[in-house]
Write a new protein. Sequence first.
Length: 145
Amino acid sequence: MPNTAQRIDPFPAFKFYVEIGGITHAVFSECTGLEAEVEVFEYEEGGLNDYVHKLPGRVKYADLTLKRGVASSDALWDWYAQTLQGRIERKNISVTLYDTSGSEYRRWNFDAAYPVKWTGPEFRADQNQPAIETLVFSHRGMQLA
């Protein structure tokens, strides 16, 4: 009997776009921090030695980290500079994964994000690599759309 199962390939990790405040930024080379975790609270009940109760606690979200080649636009730096001056402007961020045909497959939405860290590029005269800057964003939560 012939195998009629269709081969399902994983989605390529390099086909993603980032929207910040409704503006698409397709220049990021790396995106990490799509992570959520339920904290576990352990409760030891007196007289019960067989196990420890593990109860769900708060949901904890990782910071979103984006890396990109240094570009001529200063829009993201200006947003971070506002944060340095204590003027927090929160924006929604979306990270969208596309399939091989270019259709949107999955979207992660980050609510009320703002930049909390900027790391500039490392310069080395003996290497021929693009200058990469890193931006880290805190947010109020992540939803899978």
